[in-house]
Design a protein around this ligand. Sequence first.
Ligand SMILES: NC(=O)C1=CN([C@@H]2O[C@H](COP(=O)(O)OP(=O)(O)OC[C@H]3O[C@@H](n4cnc5c(N)ncnc54)[C@H](O)[C@@H]3O)[C@@H](O)[C@H]2O)C=CC1
Ligand SMILES: CC(C)(CO)C(=O)C(=O)O
Length: 296
Amino acid sequence: MRVLVFGAGSLGSLLGGLLARAHDVTLVGRDPHVERVRAEGLRVTGEYTAHVEPAATTAVPAERFDLALVAVKAFDTPAAAAALDAADPDAVLSVQNGLDNERTLASALDAEVLAGTSTYGARLTEPGTVDCTGRGDVALGPPDGGESAVAESVGAALRAADIETTVAADMPRRCWEKLAVNAGINAVTALARVENGALVDGAAGEPARRAAAEVARVARERGIELSDDAAVGAVERVATATSANRSSMLQDVEAGERTEIDAISGAVVDRADAAVPVNETLAALIRGWERERGLR
Ligand SMILES: NC(=O)C1=CN([C@@H]2O[C@H](COP(=O)(O)OP(=O)(O)OC[C@H]3O[C@@H](n4cnc5c(N)ncnc54)[C@H](O)[C@@H]3O)[C@@H](O)[C@H]2O)C=CC1
Ligand SMILES: CC(C)(CO)C(=O)C(=O)O
């Protein structure tokens, strides 16, 4: 398969690096990472050990691709959609966090867009090197649920590269459950400056559980079957499994960079029929910090 990875940062480089063991992969990212991959190849360390030589570029080549895998931060999705037009991909898979990414991509591209969730942990440690900090899995399928031949063939391509993959007919529920996990963990850990494990039995766990229960309520308002217990249980399970992790939002705040708050807590607030006070508060605090820093 010819695969274009748009957003060769942490997750894009990990999945792109793994895919390059079985497919013809082109990474689209930024220098100095792209420059180093071109010169020395891409090293994958941590849970996997690999040295691969995918093509790497800072602009989407005007060539045909079977699959475009989108791994930019959610606020860069409109730019990704505009840039991907040049590559004319047959299928597009978003592995990003947050709601709306698939809709943004589908509205701009003449391709079958698949929803995806990834629980792999990835971190670019230096240009040319990505560390897999946790083996997880990718779930993918049509964004509105159901089955599709394209989803099956993309799933088979990921499995051929030894990426743990589930082709799922219930992506709407899975995306909302992942949203509950991110709404519960990300802003709380970023504001409290704690690792994910502090939410398991520490005082910061209470707002995390309340935020997740609000996501479940909003999901049900939108016709998705997600119980409070399932959403809260997912937060507890992920916080336990990733207890030593600093969430991506905590890392963004520590690096003084823009966060994905709009696509996570903000998306919950935007879709709620009634007040979601915990998510409203978390979104307002992180947005306030971003404004203060001139990031929005
Ligand atoms: N890193 C992880 O372990 C996980 C990340 N995710 C999600 O995956 C998405 C990506 O996350 P990360 O890889 O951590 O972010 P990242 O910031 O490390 O990677 C994104 C990359 O896209 C590049 N990029 C953005 N716009 C571009 C453009 N126009 N042209 C070329 N390159 C461009 C950036 O330079 C950056 O290197 C996010 O939605 C995140 O929430 C989900 C699960 C785990
Ligand atoms: C699952 C979790 C919370 C792991 O840290 C994550 O997706 C993130 O940090 O963005």
